[in-house]
Each structure stands twice: as C-alpha cells, then as structure tokens.
Ligand binder design. Structure first.
Ligand SMILES: NC(=O)c1ccc[n+]([C@@H]2O[C@H](COP(=O)([O-])OP(=O)(O)OC[C@H]3O[C@@H](n4cnc5c(N)ncnc54)[C@H](OP(=O)(O)O)[C@@H]3O)[C@@H](O)[C@H]2O)c1
Length: 167
C-alpha cells in the first residue's frame, strides 16, 4: 500500500489558524475530493473536529490517544494499526490529510506528496515542517492564477505539485 500525504500550505509553510483553513480555493477543494475519493483518509483528532463530519465516499480514520470516538469514523491510537486496517481493506493508496502534528510525526512513512503551494502570507498557528526535496522527484505540476471578484482577491494563486520519493 502506498502512503501519500496531501496538504496546502502558504509561503511560510502556514496551514491553519484556530483549527481552520487559511484560504478558500474551490478548485483546490475539488482537486482534493477527486484525488482522495474512494480511498482511506487518515487524520488527527483536531483536523477531524475542524471538518466536523466524515467526508463522503471516503473511509475516515482518525488518530487519537485521548480516547476520542465518533460514529462516522474509525479511531486508532497508533498509526500502524490504522495502516493495517487500510491494508486489510485492500487499500492501494492511503492519504494522510493532516494536521500539523500528523504531517510531522508520519512524514517518514510518506511515499508520495500532493502539494498545493499557495501564494499566501499571514497569521497562522499551525505549520508544516519545511520539506527537504532532495530525495523527491517532481512528477506533476499545474499552476493556477489568482481569482478576483469586483476588484477584490477572491482566492490566491497556487501551484499544484506531485512528488514521489526516490527509491
Ligand atoms: N492546509 C492543510 O492542508 C491542512 C490540512 C489539515 C489540517 N490543517 C490544519 O491543521 C490544524 C490542525 O493541526 P494540529 O496539529 O493542531 O492537529 P492534528 O494533527 O489534526 O491532530 C492532533 C491530534 O491527533 C492525535 N495524534 C497525533 N499524533 C498521534 C499519533 N501518533 N497517534 C495517535 N494519535 C495521535 C492527538 O489526539 P488526542 O489529543 O485526541 O490524543 C493529537 O492531539 C488546523 O488548523 C487545520 O485547519 C490544514
């Protein structure tokens, strides 16, 4: 089973504030839905609480050591149990979807990264650790322009990039 991570981050590696996202880019949401649909998605308890519900057409796995439970998700206190669960369900690509704590502690397991680099700088309290791309190959890239409405910025420019770990 391949283990992938998917994340959107700003110019200073910012990913969230007050347990919320920092921008609204509808094309990025659509992309996230398309990539993760039909798969197991793995997240930290705080990210699940920020989303508030299980995302449709995906199997939600939540990591928690404090005994968190929710009807719509499978909860695990150890990432290896979550990986085994997905493997038993014959998953071929599991997606780590955040947040900061989970990206940091599970980064060594990651084989493939789906990154949205957002042209944003601002206040944040959740950050991605800086990624060293030395052992990664860029296999896909698409650039998106900013969107303005009535002269005001509606959503920032962003670059979608896919990286695969070199063997
Ligand atoms: N920009 C993006 O792409 C993106 C994506 C996702 C999230 N986010 C943002 O990220 C922020 C949330 O990140 P966060 O770091 O505060 O929280 P988080 O990583 O979502 O969740 C942390 C919690 O997960 C549990 N946990 C962590 N590691 C574990 C392990 N190895 N085994 C078992 N349980 C483990 C613990 O839950 P217990 O306390 O219950 O034990 C911990 O408190 C929010 O601002 C959110 O909006 C951004």
């Amino acid at each position: 089973m391949k283990i992938s991570m998917i994340v959107a981050y700003g110019k200073n590696w910012e990913i969230g504030l007050d347990n919320q996202m920092l921008w609204h880019i509808s094309e990025d949401f659509k992309n996230f839905k398309k990539i993760t649909s039909g798969h197991h998605i793995l997240m930290g308890r705080k990210t699940f609480e920020s989303i508030g519900k299980a995302l449709p057409n995906r199997t939600s796995l939540v990591l928690s050591k404090s005994g968190f439970k929710h009807d719509e998700v499978y909860t695990f206190s150890d990432e290896k149990e979550a990986f085994d669960f997905a493997r038993r369900n014959t998953e071929e690509e599991l997606f780590i979807i955040g947040g900061a704590n989970i990206y940091k502690t599970l980064f060594n397991y990651v084989d493939k990264m789906y990154l949205s680099e957002v042209d944003f700088e601002g206040e944040a309290d959740a950050f991605l650790e800086e990624i060293d791309f030395t052992n990664w190959d860029l296999t896909e890239q698409k650039d998106y322009e900013a969107i303005f409405e009535d002269g005001k910025l509606k959503s920032p420019a962003w670059k979608f990039k896919v990286y695969e770990k070199r063997d």
